[in-house]
Design a protein around this ligand. Structure first.
Ligand code: NSP
Length: 224
């Protein structure tokens, strides 16, 4: 079993809980309220801004152009492609995307971004890959799950979102790319470093779940 297969097996209860979370189910059956979609987009815009900054820190740790190029491509992906699923949510909610940008972080988004930033500042390249991997991996699996469960056609309100994240067979996407790099990295990593990578990965999976919960409940700081 590869290192990332081991990670996936350990995180399976969290993946299953994500698939059945009411926000994810609400994407599948089109039942989400506008306020929930708006809360998600506001927080996710900021979350992805942090992701871009972490890619910058990962580039700082690369010792070859191939790896630098890969992270650079991922920055472009967020800037130019990952705006489409956000626009899908905005259209359904009946709001302009530009009006939801540069909002303060809610507690869970604050926690998740600080977790990733901490690893990016203090960890190895392997640890950075481990902390980032649940982001593409859980979304690809959500996309695949919703595509097979809901069989959406073009009239489904979240057709674009589901198709954006679901994978085509044989597709070499960012999840597969990160997994291959992390598996290669793990082959020469020490046992304590592998434990660290596992810990970062599992915490990010937990925080992926919490991010859906935050959006569903439109989480705010306790005292306003
Ligand atoms: C919180 C979160 N996790 C993952 C993704 C998919 N890149 C996202 N847009 N937002």
């Amino acid at each position: 079993m590869t290192f990332t297969e081991e990670l996936r097996r350990e995180a399976d209860p969290i993946f299953q809980a994500i698939f059945t979370h009411p926000f994810v189910q609400g994407i599948g059956n089109g039942s989400l309220q506008s306020e929930q979609l708006i809360h998600y987009v506001k927080q996710d815009f900021e979350y992805l801004n942090t992701f871009i900054q972490i890619y910058g820190q990962a580039i700082h740790q690369c010792d070859n152009r191939k790896d630098m190029g890969m992270f650079n491509e991922q920055i472009s992906f967020i800037l130019n492609s990952e705006i489409h699923p956000h626009n899908n949510f905005c259209e359904v909610a009946g709001v302009q995307y530009e009006d939801l940008q540069y909002e303060p972080l809610a507690p869970t988004a604050h926690h998740y971004t600080r977790h990733m930033l901490d690893v990016a500042q203090n960890g190895s390249l392997g640890e950075i890959l481990a902390v980032l991997l649940p982001c593409p991996w859980t979304y690809n699996e959500i996309g695949d799950y919703l595509k097979s469960e809901s069989q959406p056609n073009k009239s489904h309100p979240f057709y674009e979102w589901i198709n954006f994240y679901s994978r085509e067979e044989g597709d070499m996407n960012v999840t597969e790319d990160f997994r291959a790099r992390l598996d290669a990295y793990a082959k020469t990593a020490s046992a304590p470093e592998k434990e660290q990578m596992k810990d970062h990965f599992i915490k990010s999976c937990q925080l992926e779940y919490s991010f859906w919960e935050m959006s569903y409940n439109q989480e705010k700081w306790p005292v306003l």
